[in-house]
Design a protein around this ligand. Sequence first.
Ligand SMILES: Cc1cc2nc3c(=O)[nH]c(=O)nc-3n(C[C@H](O)[C@H](O)[C@H](O)COP(=O)(O)OP(=O)(O)OC[C@H]3O[C@@H](n4cnc5c(N)ncnc54)[C@H](O)[C@@H]3O)c2cc1C
Length: 475
Amino acid sequence: MTQASLKTLDGKQHVSSADDLQKLKTGLEGALCLPGDPGYDEARTIWNAMIDRKPAVIVRAAVAADVVLAVQFARQHHLLVAIRGGGHNIAGNAVCDGGLMIDLSLMKKVKIDPKARTAYVEPGVTLGEFDAEAQKHGLATPLGINSTTGIAGFTLGGGFGWISRKFGLTVDNLISVDIVTADGKLVSASEKENPDLFWAVRGGGGNFGVVTAFEFRLHPVGPEVIAGLIVHPFAQAKELLEGYRKFVASAPEEVTAWVVLRQAPPLPFLPPEWHGKEILVFAVCAVGDKDKATKAIAPLRALGKPIADVIGPSPFAGWQTAFDPLLTPGARNYWKSHDFKKLDDGFIDVLIDGVKALPGPECEIFVGQLGGAVNRVKPEATAYPHRDVDFVMNIHTRWREAGEDKRYIDWTRKVFDAAGKFATGGVYVNFMPEDEGQRVQKGAYGPNYERLAKLKAKYDPTNLFRMNQNIKPGA
Ligand SMILES: Cc1cc2nc3c(=O)[nH]c(=O)nc-3n(C[C@H](O)[C@H](O)[C@H](O)COP(=O)(O)OP(=O)(O)OC[C@H]3O[C@@H](n4cnc5c(N)ncnc54)[C@H](O)[C@@H]3O)c2cc1C
């Protein structure tokens, strides 16, 4: 083992001796990787290809005790630390340049207790891996729309998807966590144990420690649900979005319908003449009784003259992967997001103008539907405060060539700025890119920020965990 030069919290360099590193390595059940070692590039490569950072040292944790050792090592040497769960976050904070990266992606245990309807899940598990195990028992907790997303970062920011209107955010279904705090101790947090820490991790991102296990509540779901896509010509977007607005106003919370605006990918059920043309897609999932679900969706299916309507019974776990082919890793990605209480006419116009200027075939604007069980929780009950939001717009800008960055990012910002006056000012922390640090206080946490800053001072006074949408330790 050679020595390594590591970046410290104040941006200086710390040279770890070969002895120090060997000692750390010997204590690990997992691996310690230096540049060039097997596993190093795999660990530092994340979903967003815009992020290409090189940590000086990577601890590939196998068990919680490895995380304890890594945090103690980082603390002792005041090192810059990054934490990787599934590596999906757009901002790329899972990887640091020059510091110590704690890679949790090999911690992959999922244990379902079908009787108690609970799940024990390690932080390297992806949403698809969790769904697959829970669905063996006809159970699920609300997860997101892309199965390769990691459970860890997803949950710590809040987490929502197709069944959140019925069952709440992912954090609303969190029972407890095991977490290594900045003092290098492994503790549990739940409503009963360290309840203030438990409050903070339910939305506070990776600010409060490294979670080594999650315990979730599960609900009976499927295994078949009514789900699918309705694809329309974009020319009818205005009337369709007005119809959608009316539909969602009275849709039961078993039904969730999102809007996707983009160019048509070459999907087998779309006539070839539509491939590459602008389309409006309603993506729909309805849980519970299938006849009731089909009836509830009928008014949405009656809108306009769709190019394709492929709604029907679908295995829930399969539907949870429906968007995977459009969201594969390895592309350059930039996102911007706003929260909305309603869909104003002016906002609909912004969406339409935005799509008319789409910069490329992989770019899309998503409008996700919230409300229902998510909004029955009080804003101060968990760190995630956006409990009066019914829609989230996410501009997913995606391209391949580094030389094209400016053109794509400029389009994103233009649509985002135009939509701003119809939005709440709030933003879901998990949809924020790395250049939005100024939105953390008011936008991401608003009324909960002060309490979060105090808890940050209690649990991480030196801001050891700062590679995130950072909450600064406050008085
Ligand atoms: C294609 C795509 C689709 C998405 N769809 C949805 C969706 O439907 N709904 C939704 O709510 N979100 C969605 N997201 C956003 C997603 O919730 C975030 O990207 C989330 O941060 C991903 O978690 P991760 O573990 O994969 O990411 P990582 O990049 O590994 O982690 C993100 C951050 O979380 C922190 N972190 C990770 N693991 C831990 C840990 N164990 N302990 C402490 N801190 C940790 C770190 O600060 C890290 O920088 C989507 C993202 C993508 C890229």
